[in-house]
Design a protein around this ligand. Structure first.
Ligand code: NAD
Length: 492
């Protein structure tokens, strides 16, 4: 669609402390609620721009590492302060460019600032280790050093939170970064980087390129990087894993999910529906952690379905900047048509729609939050449909529910609703997911707790978010054995 009006937000690449237009094709981002409104016009970075960003990061790395971890932490703290002062404008821009509601955007910006503060403060923690030695007088210590230049590649669905989780610890540990955000959010990504610049980060320490995936492959394939932290889809994650493993580059991959929630008969159906409307529909269902399949056990099915349908019917879909909106648009026209085609296929396969909220008239990328009653054969149960859609199934026993819950290539999050300690203990043990929620929605995590999936949802390795596990990812370690040498007489 040709977009007409422009609000001219800045969107440029950032290399070696300078803003510039990339040498690639011209592009624009637009408001998902009003697709005619251009948010930013920009030029993609070319492979030569990516190469310049890598050179800048390489050049800046040793001075940055030599500043020391406390010095780096102080700069990160000042970045968080700058971001705090821009909280409202960042959130408003997030709503305009990505579509989520203003309340969701404010929550994300606050979480991003808090993430940067948390990593800044962790500069004063002890992350090394000392060991006893068999030799009296010998000291053994494990020291950490930066990986070097790190590539950070992120999706559009949490456009500041995911970058904060990766960039803040990468920088804290003395790495320099080339960041490639998703092309849907160039203006917000530029505003995010501007806070790092204005917070006093030296030139070259954080660089940003704006590039489509096919060009960004040059970043992944570069011989100059020592680590890649990526969040996105399984196919792209697999491509990155193949390229990196050839060169021994360290990788952290947080990928897709098809997250189940099991509802046992001994809980209040209305309570569960309140939790799972959040799990399935918040962020317009565009969360890797979202509740995609709900498996009810026994007779709770009918009252739960009725309660869920009632709550979904009350959702207000609309422009995220309107305070009455509970569910913003999805990110793009192609995302909307992909979600709607998956719903249509599920219905053609025998799924029954039990709830579908109203959507406003007009050209926005609005998708009605939809609940389907069905089974594991539906497309919505086989593919990660990245929108406000969930499928509810009914089984007779916990055994069956656990089998169905785990019958997917993914293993990101799982929820379990029950008042029985024994059932909770069994589900915790048998659900194959990196994040398990008991009597709570699949979505949401604490910014300081290790986060990541199992099976195809991840690449095994140190988790994200937690200070200790990110230290394990973003550093190399050396075990140093140190003895005292007797002084040689010839040197006196
Ligand atoms: P995506 O994989 O299409 O893109 C993610 C990023 O990778 C984008 O910046 C994209 O431009 C870039 N990219 C694409 N091809 C590339 C290549 N060959 N080389 C380098 N970069 C490349 O994913 P998306 O559609 O932006 O995001 C949605 C997906 O992300 C879903 O599958 C969702 O589950 C997943 N996700 C996972 C988590 C998690 O923590 N596990 C969190 C959020 C989103």
């Amino acid at each position: 669609m040709a977009a007409s009006s422009s609000t001219n937000s800045k969107a440029q690449q950032f290399i070696s402390g300078s803003w510039s237009q990339g040498a690639g094709a011209e592009a624009f981002s637009s408001n998902p609620a009003k697709p005619d409104e251009i948010v930013a016009k920009f030029h993609h970075s070319s492979e030569a721009d990516i190469s310049a960003a890598l050179d800048a990061a390489k050049k800046a790395q040793s001075d940055w590492e030599n500043l020391g971890i406390i010095g780096r932490g102080l700069i990160l703290r000042s970045v968080a302060d700058v971001m705090q002062g821009r909280r409202d404008s960042l959130a408003a821009l997030m709503t305009r460019e990505q579509g989520k509601t203003l309340a969701e955007a404010l929550g994300e910006v606050d979480g991003s600032i808090e993430t940067i503060r948390y990593h800044a403060a962790s500069s004063r923690n002890s992350f090394g280790a000392t060991f006893p030695s068999s030799f009296p007088g010998e000291h053994i210590e494990v020291v950490r050093e930066a990986l070097g230049v790190v590539a950070v590649i992120t999706p559009w669905n949490f456009p500041t939170q995911i970058p904060a989780w990766k960039i803040a610890p990468a920088l804290l540990w003395g790495n320099t970064v080339v960041w490639k955000p998703a092309s849907d959010v160039p203006a917000l990504s530029s505003a995010f980087v501007e806070a790092f610049q204005d917070g006093g980060l030296p030139a070259g320490v954080l660089n940003m390129v704006l590039a489509p995936g096919r060009t960004a492959q040059a970043l992944v394939d570069s011989q100059m990087i020592s680590g890649i932290s990526f969040t996105g889809s399984v196919p792209v994650g697999n491509t990155i894993a193949r390229s990196a493993s050839d060169r021994g580059v360290k990788i952290q991959l947080e990928l897709g999910g098809h997250n189940p929630a099991i509802v046992m008969p001994d809980v209040d159906p209305d309570f569960v529906a309140t939790q799972l409307v959040v799990g399935a529909m918040s962020g317009s269902g565009q969360k890797c952690t979202a509740t995609r399949r709900i498996i009810t056990v026994g007779k709770i099915h009918a009252p739960f379905l009725a309660a869920l349908a009632e709550k979904v019917d009350k959702l207000v879909v609309g422009d995220g900047s309107d305070p009455s909106t509970t569910t913003g648009p999805v990110v793009s026209a192609s995302a909307k048509s992909e979600i709607e085609s998956a719903i249509a296929d599920a219905v053609a396969q025998g799924g029954r729609i039990v709830a579908r909220s109203k959507v406003p008239e007009g050209p926005g990328h609005f998708v009605a939050p939809t609940v389907i009653e069905g089974n594991m054969e539906l497309r919505t149960c086989k593919e990660e449909v990245f929108g406000p859609v969930t499928t509810v199934m009914n089984v007779d026993s916990l055994d069956e529910a656990l089998l169905i819950a785990n019958a997917t290539e993914f293993g990101l999050t799982a929820s379990f609703f029950s008042s029985s300690d024994a059932d909770i203990a069994r589900a915790t043990k048998e659900l194959v997911a990196g994040l398990i929620k008991i009597n709570a929605p699949n979505t949401g995590s604490e910014l300081h707790v290790p986060f990541g999936g199992l099976k195809a949802s991840t690449f095994p390795g140190p988790r994200e978010q937690n200070a200790q596990s990110v230290a394990d990812f973003f550093t190399i370690t050396k075990s140093v054995y140190r003895r005292i040498a007797p002084r040689g007489k010839q040197n006196d």
